[in-house]
Each structure stands twice: as C-alpha cells, then as structure tokens.
Design a binder for this molecule. Structure first.
Ligand code: TPP
Length: 392
C-alpha cells in the first residue's frame, strides 16, 4: 500500500510561519526561540541570550536607530503626499525599517545591493541625499532615473545599488549572476538582495537558489517575510514551515531571524557576508510585518483583521531599538524629541527643494530604450509631440 502523503488532505502540516497559530495569535515573535526565529533583543529591548550581541559601539547603534526613525518619517510624509495628490503613488514601509537598514550597515560600500521597493534607508546609508529620494518620489528630471519610475522604485549606480524590476522576484537571478561574475573575476565584492515572501513563489527565486547552491556565489539573499503578498497571507503562499528552509533543498546555508530586531538582522547578515567568499550564499528569512497598506492603491481592511496589526505593533522595531538604547544609557526622551524634529524639518527642506526641481520633458520618456530608436518608437514620439502641440 502506498504510504500516506503527509502533505495531502487532512494531514497537511499547519505551517508555523508569521500567521495565526504561531506564537501570539497573529505574531510569532513572542515564541521566537521555539520557532527557530533568532533574536538578539526581546520586545522590551533586553538581550535574549540567543544570538550574540553584535560588536556595535554607541555611535553605530544610535546611527542605526536614527536611520530607522528617518525611514519611518519618510513613510509618514510619503503617505500624506500621496493622499494629498502631490505624489502619484506610494509603497509604504512602516514596520519594515529594521531589515534593510541593519542589513545595509552589515555590508560594505563597495558591495552591490539589488534593492526591493520598501528600502529607502539603503540609499541614505550609502550616501544619497534626502532630496534625491524626494526628487524620485516627485518624478523630477534630475534624479538617477530621470523621473520615469514609480515612486520608491529606486537605485543608484554610483552607489552600487541596482533598482528592482517591477516583476517581483525577477531580479534575484540577476543578483546571483552578478555575484558569480565577481567570483569568476576574483573580486572581493559581495552581493545582497532583498525580496518578499511572495517572490519565493516565482520560478526565478528557485532558479537563483539552485544556481547559488551549485556555484556558491558570494551573495546574501534576504527574504523579507512581512506576512502578506498584497492579499495573500504567508499561510497560503507556502505549505513549507518556513521560507528559510527552502534553502535546504538547494544546499544553500539558511537561517531565520526576527526581522523587527535590527541587531539580529545585522548579526545574521554580517556573519553571512563574512562567510560568503569561502562558503558562498546564505538565505536569510527575516520575519517581520507590513503595518501599512500594500500600496496607496490597496485597502487591507478588506482582507486582514485589525487585531493582527495591533499585535504586531507591540513588536514595532523602532520601539524595541529605542528601549535597547535606553537600557544601555544611550538614549532619552530629549534625544528622541530632537531626532523626530530634525527628521521632520530635513524632510520639509527636501520636499521643498525637490518640488521646485524641473519635471522631465515628456518626449524624453522614449529615450534610453534602444541605442538607435526603432521606427515604432519614433512614430509614437512624433504622435506625442503632435498631441502636446495641439493640446498644450
Ligand atoms: C510577476 C509579478 N506578479 C505580480 C505582480 C503584482 N505584485 C506587485 S507587488 C506583489 C506582492 C509581492 O509580495 P512580496 O514579494 O511578498 O513583497 P511585498 O510587497 O509584500 O513587500 C504583487 C503580487 C508583480 N509586480 N509581478
């Protein structure tokens, strides 16, 4: 008689991912150790004794926290700008401040990062001025993509940051291939890429993992498991118990960390980067939560319960990092107040400057597609110019 398939019918194992039934009713971070979610600090900012406390001094810790707060303040403002019609679209990142900032800090400037679309802190940490980000949000001419991309789909070649392609997960093989090229050339450059839980259902994720397992390029894959891929919860995204374990199938080293604990993300990413030249790739699943809407065109009230958001808000990465700094004697209310005031006024200035910048010439949207323009594109451009002339 055939053996019973443990994944078939009623006996399907209930996934212990960031969803109901794991840890709290909705948030598993309170039960992290049992679920193999590695932590440095708990909800109160105290050391858990699980992962070792990373070697970051007072300056490095406060700079990381300050960046997380600036990233939150950018989201607060971006949302208002979109709702008031000044920015055409917004992809929120509230609650996701820890993963990309801490991972970026764990990498070096010469390394390449293939970015997702909820990661403004990476550009700022690499040295992009705030006004450059707002110029991108406002679609201004003099930002690296000449005002042609959706707000928050950023990158900057000068900073070794490759922008994502809008097809989720499609850039994971590109990142993997670039890392392999560096290995072949004998460069000591390492690679980092971010993608969501939803991207792991794309074939490109599996192609990249398979390639990485075989050729061992120096790359760290960070799967930002934020609970949802638009309306699809992680429990429907996969029947695997975790996203990290998908690395096992491809012999890719993997681990699962608390994505609302910047110190755990830093520790895991730093270790993975250090190991990359000898051991090759690591897949890190960062368990976190999207507190905001998927995008400004979404309404999460239609598919998720408010209690879920409230439970996750108890594990807000900003609160935890702030409490940790307070326990260390590095932070207090006065510094907190000053930081928020500074972030808001820096954003005011960046908004003012960026809005005053010129818009792109509409006809420039046809540039940079082919070295020599095709006749079809020439024709479309001529149509547009005619239209603009007849209906200015
Ligand atoms: C190939 C492809 N399919 C569908 C979409 C529409 N889409 C945009 S974002 C998104 C969800 C992606 O989820 P995830 O990878 O978990 O990232 P998150 O948005 O949650 O950060 C989808 C399905 C897309 N952009 N590309």
């Amino acid at each position: 008689m055939a053996e019973e398939n443990p994944l078939a019918g009623k006996s399907r194992a209930k996934p212990k991912t960031a969803g109901k039934g794991a840890g709290g009713k909705h948030c598993p971070l309170g039960n992290a150790r049992a679920l193999g979610i590695r932590q440095v600090i708990d909800a109160e900012g105290r050391l858990t004794g699980d992962l070792a406390e990373p070697d970051l001094d007072r300056d490095a810790l406060t700079r990381l926290y300050e960046m997380m707060v600036l990233v939150r303040a950018i989201d607060d403002r971006g949302w208002i700008l979109q709702r008031s019609g000044r920015v055409e679209f917004w992809i929120p990142h509230k609650g996701l401040e820890a993963v990309h900032t801490a991972a970026t800090v764990a990498f070096e400037q010469k390394d390449w990062i293939f970015l997702g679309y909820r990661h403004p802190g990476t550009l700022l940490l690499r040295g992009a001025p705030l006004v450059q980000l707002f110029a991108q949000f406002f679609g201004r001419r003099d930002e690296p993509f000449k005002g042609r991309r959706l707000p928050t789909l950023m990158g900057d070649r000068r900073l070794n940051i490759v922008p994502m392609t809008t097809q989720v997960g499609s850039y994971i093989p590109h990142a993997c291939g670039a890392a392999w090229a560096a290995k072949i050339k004998g460069d000591d450059t390492r690679f980092l890429t971010f993608f969501g839980d939803g991207s792991t259902s794309r074939g490109e994720f599996h192609s990249a993992m398979n390639f990485a397992g075989v050729y061992k390029p120096p790359i760290v894959f960070i799967c930002e498991n934020n609970g949802w891929a638009v309306t699809t919860p992680t429990s429907v995204q996969t029947a695997s118990a975790t996203f990290s374990q998908k690395g096992d199938a491809y012999a890719v080293r993997n681990m699962r960390v608390d994505g609302n604990d910047p110190l755990a993300v830093y520790a895991a990413t730093k270790e993975a980067r250090d190991l990359a030249p000898k051991e090759g790739p690591t897949l890190i699943e960062a368990v976190t939560y999207r507190l905001g809407f998927h995008t400004s065109s979404d309404n999460p009230d239609l598919y998720r319960e408010p209690e879920e958001v409230e439970e996750w808000a108890q594990w807000d990465p900003l609160d935890r990092m702030r409490k940790h700094l307070e326990l260390k004697g590095h932070w207090d209310d006065k510094l907190e107040e000053g930081l928020w005031a500074r972030c808001k006024s820096d954003i005011d200035d960046a908004v003012k400057q960026a809005e005053a910048m010129p818009l792109p010439d509409p006809a420039s949207m046809f540039d940079d597609t082919f070295e020599e323009m095709t006749w079809m594109i020439e024709e479309q451009k001529a149509h547009l110019l005619d239209d603009l002339e007849s209906q200015p």
